[in-house]
Design a protein around this ligand. Structure first.
Ligand code: CA
Length: 369
């Protein structure tokens, strides 16, 4: 699984001699140093994203590059875009069985294997980026996520966050919940379940297939990410109305799962580098999206005449009620989901109380009437 390349014996002998001359130390110590340096571990990272796709694909590339550089080249990570080594939605299986040592994706794609995984990407009317990271790293979420992935021989890490997404692209106005009746909309994860409960038909498609599906009418509507990514996909060419807010994905956490056998075989310093680089990638993607969404939204509205629309209040209220029911049903159907939901719910209640008098109060004070 780990491909360990060792320098040729000849090179080792030459270097050992050179090191001895340079250091003047014991032969034993120098040999040990050289042998340690000689180990180069090559990892493959498979991803769900098209090659160099803004934000998500480049986020995976940056993570791989940072691990390689932080380790001084000792852990060399090569990225494979969607379809290059495995199809986009087979990342989980590929890393689980060790075809690749690492993956970059989003946990909600694996609901068929582990329903509780959905809590670690996005929950409708759930946690924002700041809140989900707080729950995962300081609120007990990570321990639960590790428990969910343990049967698959995987270690989960966060590796990006989109921030609050947009509600999606529609070719008709959404004036009441009835407008969701029979609507075929690309929407993965729990949001898709809520859509179904509201009368819509959720479709799960990888990013690379969305534009064509919407343009040819295979689907009536789609959500994807936010202005930055949606502009890059040209979704404005296939739909007219752009709705907000993304009630279904209020701060989607990207993941980097690691094959546990491969991770356990790493020396401690490389393990810490992998974890630290993933944590850095988590914040970096959010920062990038926050900075670029502003400009992309302006371009969509001013240059491409996109019609920006808020979901009506009663529509959001109905979706919130359906979301609550969906989560209760999920918890009732699966033991692990019930365990994760209990922790998630408790955290959401506490953070809502705090953020209503901090983040929300401040933003209202700054930007309100
Ligand atoms: Ca989305």
């Amino acid at each position: 699984m780990n491909k360990i390349t060792t320098w040729s014996k000849l090179a080792l002998v030459g270097l050992t001699a050179a090191t001895l001359v340079a250091c003047g130390g014991s032969e034993e110590k120098a040999t040990a140093q050289v042998e340690k340096k000689a180990e180069i571990i090559n990892w493959k990272m498979v991803t769900t994203w098209p090659k160099n796709f803004p934000g998500l694909g480049t986020g995976a590339e940056n993570l791989a590059k940072n691990i390689t550089e932080m380790s001084g080249g000792r852990l060399n990570v090569k990225v494979y875009a969607a379809g290059e080594l495995v199809p986009p939605l087979e990342v989980f299986d590929a890393v689980s069985r060790g075809t690749a040592e690492m993956g970059h994706s989003a946990a909600y794609y694996w609901k068929g294997k582990a329903p509780a995984a959905q809590f670690f990407t996005a929950v409708p009317f759930g946690l924002t980026a700041q809140e989900i990271n707080s729950w995962i790293y300081h609120g007990g979420g990570m321990k639960l996520w590790e428990e969910v992935y343990e049967p698959f021989n995987l270690i989960p890490l966060t590796a990006g966050n989109t921030g609050v997404q947009m509600g999606g692209w529609f070719n008709k106005e959404i004036n009441s919940v009835d407008d969701f009746q029979g609507l075929k909309m690309r929407m993965p994860g729990l949001g898709g379940e809520v859509l179904k409960k509201t009368g819509g038909i959720p479709v799960n498609l990888p990013g690379g297939e969305i534009f064509t599906a919407l343009q040819t009418g295979t689907i009536d509507a789609t959500e994807w990410v936010g202005p930055y990514n949606d502009l890059a996909f040209g979704l404005y060419k296939a739909a007219k109305y752009y709705y907000y807010p993304g009630w279904h994905e209020p701060g989607s956490s990207m993941e980097s799962m690691v094959n546990k056998t491969a991770f356990d075989a790493l020396p401690k310093d490389l393990q810490l580098i992998v974890r630290s680089a993933a944590r850095q990638a988590t914040q970096d993607m959010l920062d990038e999206f926050t900075a670029l969404n502003n400009d992309a939204l302006k371009t969509l509205v001013e240059e491409h005449n996109v019609q920006l629309r808020p979901f009506p209040k009663d529509v959001l209220q109905a979706l919130k009620v359906s979301s609550q029911e969906t989560l209760e049903e999920l918890a009732a159907s699966d033991e692990m989901s019930a365990k994760v939901y209990a922790s998630f719910k408790d955290f959401r209640e506490k953070v809502s109380a705090w953020h209503s008098i901090s983040e929300r109060a401040y933003i209202n004070a700054r930007d309100g009437d």
